[in-house]
Every structure is written in structure tokens, then in C-alpha cells.
Design a protein around this ligand. Sequence first.
Ligand code: 3HC
Ligand code: NAI
Length: 687
Amino acid sequence: MTLTIAREGSVAVVTIDNPPVNALSQALRQALVGAVVELDADAAVGAVVLICAGRTFIAGADVSEFDKPPQPPHLPDVVACIENAKKPWIAAIHGSALGGGLEVALGCAYRVAVPTASLGLPEVKLGIIPGAGGTVRLPRLIGPAAAVDLVTGGSPVGGKKAEGLGLIDAVIDGDLRAGALAFAGSLAGKPLPQPISSRAVPAVEPDFWESVEKAVAAKAKREVAPLRALASVRKASETGFSGAMAFERETFLELRSSEQAAALRHVFFAERAAPRPPELAGITPRDIRSAAVIGGGTMGAGIAAALRDAGLPVVLIERDAAAVERGLDNVRAIYEGSAKRGRMTQALADERMAGVDGSDDYGLIADTDLVIEAVFEDIAVKRAVFEKLSAVCRPDAVLATNTSYLDPNAISGGVSHPERFLGLHFFSPAHIMKLLEIVPTAVTAPEVLATGFALARQLGKIPVRAGICDGFIGNRILKVTRAQAERLLLSGATPSAVDAAMRTFGLPMGPFEAQDLGGLDIAAFQRKAARERGETPFAPVADRLCAIERFGQKSGGGWYDYQPGDRAPKPSEAVAAIIAEEAAGRSQRAWDEASIADAIVLPMVNEATRILEERVALRAADIDLVKIHGYGFPRWRGGPMHYAEARGLAEVAAVLDRLSAEGLAEPPCDGLRRAAEAGSFSVLAGR
Ligand code: 3HC
Ligand code: NAI
């Protein structure tokens, strides 16, 4: 970390250089206080520009310090010190001014930023609230309504929007340093502006707080931080500055050591580690400048859109001319939907669509860098596609399959240069879902694997490396979730009770509602294949529902009944009768929500532990990312593995032992017992 001070006439330029993101480490906080003292004492200095080296302004407090006790100087004191400086400080912002970074800027007398800058208070996304005056100064500067949006939503705003809100004083087009110096020059002879801390908070409508409280609570569900952040903004509007600061700091320190904050921090660092696995360090990926997708169905169309959104030209190959038209229509529907929902302008949607070429002629992709296959889940169809690709594509083109359950080794059997082949498992809808499972075969070259990770970065996805097994990481765990959900039904629970319990746990949807939405037939097809392999998947009720063509919403009924045109699930007497028949002779028990969640989540953890032991996943945190980004596992619980560790692995093993004694789950696997003894999954990872 360096903090340097340069002179440009009467303006001092304080430059922070603390890579990678100029986070406010203890050393930086100390240096900022030192700079204020030094420049206050220098009569030749009329104004101070605070600017950062590297890719960004101060991106916030140093999150890696949050597990330790706070060290002085504390950030609120640093901000106060800048605010009380005798010379006007001007924050010159590029990149991100987030959290503590924005709070430092709010301590400055003025703020200027480039149009591409992003400014915000993302603390709630880390399970905390701003801790250095963000909730107290912001309503004084931009009014309570805009402050509530920024503080409780956690999303940043761009430079132009910030100017509109009054968050910054000027947008600098062109060179930021020069623009900030000119701005500083224009202040000569002017009095210092009133510090934000001594400004009044604009009044609000009488029912303002009650109505935003309702809206924030509804959105936050069981996340604690957004409502606590709101309470802090409200306090700032209803009490004096110092009382509000004390309230904010107390809440910040309390939440900083909360379970939710620890979980969200875990996910924050896991997400940042995911794109750069240490085992691929130093390996250069292949360049991807063009892409093709084979198959324009649900997945192919979504993948094509994801590739287009990353700026790649895309060719969509289908079986025949009519299928090409259908495939292009599927992609068009995605862009029309995006434009309709205001996610992009119609012009942008048109431009994206114009970059998708459709054809049934493989000759068109002879020079394409990356080809992703998303045809029917049928090994013969897939192998035939790769035979054609082997014949037409450049030998260094990367070839990928989006298979869900088939063995990529088997798919790639006849591929020429098989080292360029890998699995890229997208999740539906592929242009929205963040997860990308990357599945190397036995012979995938390291630079091809690295290309998969680089592609994920290009697409803005979270990559997780998965080994080959039935369902890779995510769908393998999903099978256990579903089997457990059925076990519950046979021992006294109902579909509605199970779904409600899982929603209470934090999932957006319970396992039965989710199956009705996606369709029961896909899993039935996969169970059939498993039985042909000699496996014995457990789905007695689902099998009977499929036998009478209750496939879910699309067939008017599945686990629930549906009225035409109404997606609201209604408990089904027909399903209840099937459950009763299948449950005959089994012991029944009462289920409360917590025990239902245990009987589903802890067996997931058990399966995930096997996945870790078998090195299908390399890190427990990778499994957490899969469940959060592919299956809606609540982020604030940190993913199943973090949840299990936080709860105590010995307790997890004990609950599984009890469930297993009742015939309601498998006993803890060896790996889980070992991890329970050690208190952490780290004994299994990295072997
Ligand atoms: N503290 C510590 N490390 C941080 C950090 C932070 N606030 N923000 C980013 N990093 C680290 C990342 O872990 C990563 O480390 P690695 O290279 O060793 O993996 C590195 O910086 C680069 O991060 P990204 O890969 O995320 O870089 P990008 O360029 O894609 O994004 C960013 C940059 C937009 C600044 C993004 O990193 C980000 O959103 N950071 C978090 C910002 C944040 O949440 N700030 C608020 C912190 S809480 C706070 O300030 C409390 C205060 O109110 C008291
Ligand atoms: P889909 O049935 O919607 O689409 C398949 C498309 O492939 C059809 O448009 C069909 O015309 C085309 N096709 C078939 N044979 C072809 C050939 N020889 N050449 C060119 N095109 C051909 O299927 P969906 O759901 O898109 O699945 C595709 C693949 O993605 C499957 O392997 C599936 O397991 C996998 N997958 C599916 C997910 C989902 O949620 N639907 C999630 C992740 C992966």
C-alpha cells in the first residue's frame, strides 16, 4: 500500500495505491489520517484531490479484516477527519466507490466522477450495513427516499445517475485527474461548503417509513441486513447526527459478527476464487472470438443469447430449415422478452439478434473458435453431431457438450483431437442463470479447461469444475433432494408441508412445486436410464404420477392440481391417495418445518461430501456455489456446505444417524464422519 502526495500549484493530489481494489486496510486508514494532518498544516495547499491508482477508486472496507476485531483508526473517524479538514477535499472517482469507499467520498467536500464510475453501498449484500456514516450522511445529501433505495438494495448507480441524484457534483468526461484539478481550481476563493454531517435531512411524507418498511421486508424475506439498514436511515432522519452515527456503528458491529454476514462473506470470496482455480494458474486459454451452438431448443437458444450478450457472433445449427427457423424464433423470443421487460432497449435487442446466424449447414462453422452442442439428450444423436463437427471444424476449435447426465467421455469417443473436448453444463434459462459446470474428460487439455473458465468470465458466469458422474455436482445432489422429499411423503408429510418448509428455509420454491414447474418427465427419463444401468432410484410416487401422465403444470397436474390458466398449486386428492397407498405399512410421524428441512438439506450435505471425497468437486465452496447459483439455495446461508459447517458437522452427523435409524436417510458417509471429527470439510479437500 502506498499513499503519495503530489503538488499541482496550490492543489495537493493524494493518490492511493493499494491493489487490487484500494480496499481500506488499517494501513490505508492510518495513512489517510496522516495526509489530512499534513495537508492541514501546509499553508501552500488550497484544495486536495483524492484519487486512486489502478482499476478503481476505494472499493470499500477490507472485507478480509471482518473476521478480526476492528483496529484503529476506525473508518468513521477517518471520514470525520477528512470532513473536518481545513482544506476542501475532492474525491475523484473512477471504477467503483463502494461501501467504505463511498463513505470516504461523502466525507469529502466535493465528489467528481467519470461517467463509467459506479457508486453505491453494497453492504447489505455482505449481511451488514454501512459502518462509517453511509446511512447517516446519504439521506442528508440526496434525501431519504433515494438513500433508502441505495442502502437497502445495495446496487450501485453510474456516474450520470449519481449526478442526477446529487450524489456527485460533476461528471468528468475525459482525463479524471485533469478534470478534478480543474474543478479544484474553480473553488479558489470560495468558502468551504457546509459539511454533510451538519445538513438537515429533508422531510418525508407521513406514511413513508411504514410503506418502505413493508416493501423492504417483502423483498428481504429472511435476510436481516436490509431492514436493519433501513432502520439506520430512519434513525438518521429522526435524530441528530451523532446519535444516528452511534446507532449505525452499533448495528454495523453487531451484524459484522452475525451468521448471515459470515455466510455472505464466504460466498463473496468463493465467487471471486471460482474463476481462477489454482490448478490452472499460468495456463493460457485459447482465444474465443466466435461461437456456434448446435440445437436451438430451450438450452441452445439460451446459450446462443448468453454468447451474444458477451459480444460473440453466433451461428445456430439445427437439423433442417424448419428447425432453424424455430431455433431463431426461440432466440428472438428471449430478446423480445428482454426488451419488453425493459432489460434492454429494442435497438440493442435487434443488434444482438442480428448477430445470430441460423443454418443447417455445418460448413458455416469451419472456422469457428467454440462450438457448444445442445441437441437431444441421446448419446447416438450427440455422437453423430460430434462426428460432423470433427470433420468440419478447425482442429484447434474447442468442442463442448451441454449434456445433463450423459458421460462426456462416451460422447467424445469419436472426436478427432479429443483433447479439445469438454462439458459445459449451463442451467436453464441459460442466458440468466449464473452457474456453469465445467466438466473435463479424461483427456481434456489443460488449456481447453482454462478456456472453459475464461469463457465463463466472458459470459459473466460463475464457473465450477465438476468431475464425471451421473448428474455432475448439481443434478447428483438434486436426485437426493427429490428422493428425500418422497421419503417424507411416505412417513406422514404432505407435498404442501414439504414445499412450505423449504420456502421457510429460504429456497424460492419447494421441491414439489419446482418439479411441477420443470416437468416430471425429464427426471422419469433419467430414472429409466439409471434402472437400465442396474441402479435403483427411489421415486415410488413420482413414478406413479408419470405413469398416469401427471407431468406437472404443462399437463394440468403433477404433484398438485392446476386450474386452467392458473399456476397456483392446489393440493390434489388423487396424489394424496397415491401417497397413502405407497405409505401403507410404513410408520408415520409428525413433521415440523425444521425437521423437514433437516431431512432434506442434511442428506444433500452427505451426498455433497461423497462428491468432495470422490473429487467430483475440488472444494466444498464450489459445491456451495453450485447450489446457490444453479438451484436457488439461499445465499445468506452460505450454501449447504457452509451451512453444515456453521451448524456443526458433529450435529449434522448425529441428525443423519437419527434419520437413518428411522429409515429416513442414509447414514453419514465416512468422509462426513471424518469431517465431523475435524470440525471442517477441509480435511477432505485438496487430498
Ligand atoms: N475487501 C477485500 N478484498 C476485496 C474487496 C474488499 N472490499 N473487494 C474486492 N476484493 C478482492 C477480491 O477478493 C479479489 O481478490 P483476488 O484477486 O485475490 O481473488 C480482488 O479484490 C478483485 O476483485 P474482483 O475479482 O471482484 O474484481 P472486479 O474488478 O471484478 O470487481 C469490484 C471489482 C467491483 C470492486 C468488486 O471486487 C466488488 O464489488 N468488491 C466488493 C465491494 C464491497 O462490497 N464493498 C463494501 C465492503 S463493506 C464496507 O465497506 C463496510 C463499510 O461500510 C464500513
Ligand atoms: P430441446 O428438446 O428443447 O432442444 C433440443 C434441440 O436440438 C431441438 O431444437 C432439436 O431440433 C435439436 N436437434 C436435435 N438433433 C439435432 C441435430 N442432429 N442437429 C442439430 N440440432 C438437433 O432440449 P433442451 O432442453 O434444450 O436440451 C438440450 C440439451 O441440454 C440436452 O442434452 C439436455 O440434457 C441439456 N440440458 C437441458 C437443461 C434443461 O433444463 N432443459 C439444463 C441443462 C442441460
